[in-house]
Design a protein around this ligand. Sequence first.
Ligand code: NDP
Length: 339
Amino acid sequence: MARVNIPTFKLNNGREIPALGYGTWLGVDEKFDFSTAGIPKMIEALSYAIDIGYRLVDTAHVYRVEPEVGQVINKKIKEGVVKREELFVTTKVWQHFHREADVEVSVRGSLRRLNLDYIDLVLMHWPMSISQDGVDEKIDYLETWRGFESVLSKGLVKSIGVSNFNVQQMDRLLKNCKVPPATNQIEINLNLGQKELVDFCQANKVLVTAYSPFGTMVPSRSAPNSPEPKLNNPTMLEIAKKHGKTVTQVTLRYLYQRGMVSIPKTVTNSRVLENASIFDFTLDESDVATLAKFDNGFRTVRPYFWQDYDNYPFDKVPEKLEIPEALRIWKNGINLDID
Ligand code: NDP
């Protein structure tokens, strides 16, 4: 069987995190409903990923796949493929659990669903606090963070971090915390370089994790009006050819050379292998300069249905949209209820 050798980065608490992991968000349909269709394929692809050497798995309560992710992990441990301490499991606390005491409720729920004794890294999924009824609860993320520090001190998790925090939010959190976040997980891809935020995080020893690392480059995400580069972009193809790699590998390698973890999602075994086969070549300065030019600020993940809520981290757009039901009342009632 093929093997991949994924290096690690060091977090600010001294722990190591693999530089590339397996993302488990299976996406949503046009009504923003979470689909179960991809779950059997994900189980197979995640099993394969662990077999060939992936050690980081990124999941979240809201993805509705923690039970299946836990099943695969426990099976691989039982089979002797991997030891628990060799794996790095990340999950996230959703916006409905932002009261200080609720963070522990959420983390204990994740532990139960994953069937694990501890979680390696738990993230505050978004800085906003929104109830299941769509009410802006206006809970300060500093309060929520105290809940994170508490689950850390109780040993339920080994590291704590945030996701989707902007520069101002990171700055305020860093100035008002006991334990600094180990990572900020944010969208980064060729269209969305986020230089200011990445520089800020790195200057403050907060490792950046890049989600949606392909942006709209891949056919499943690309629309007629989405920006270049697509997979057939001639400049990308040229760089890929020069290194004997694919366009997606060049993209992931670029993120690695920027000093960040990336967590591409795929339910296709050949891509599981492809995405992690990026640690045997180096982009040169001219490649890096060329790739940096694709940065145009285009966001793939822009949940503007939250934009009027306190602490929404991104710039606002004129469009208005109700919060999709699947992101509100998902704990009690609608399909894919996992709790
Ligand atoms: P990705 O950039 O990982 O893109 C996923 C898509 O790319 C899938 O359709 C997949 O297809 C396709 N793909 C993967 N590899 C290749 C390849 N080598 N060639 C061609 N196509 C490929 O997007 P995600 O939004 O899923 O982000 C990755 C992960 O980041 C998520 O799974 C989740 O864990 C995390 N995330 C976190 C967020 C947060 O708010 N913190 C927000 C969004 C994501 P297929 O599966 O069919 O192979």
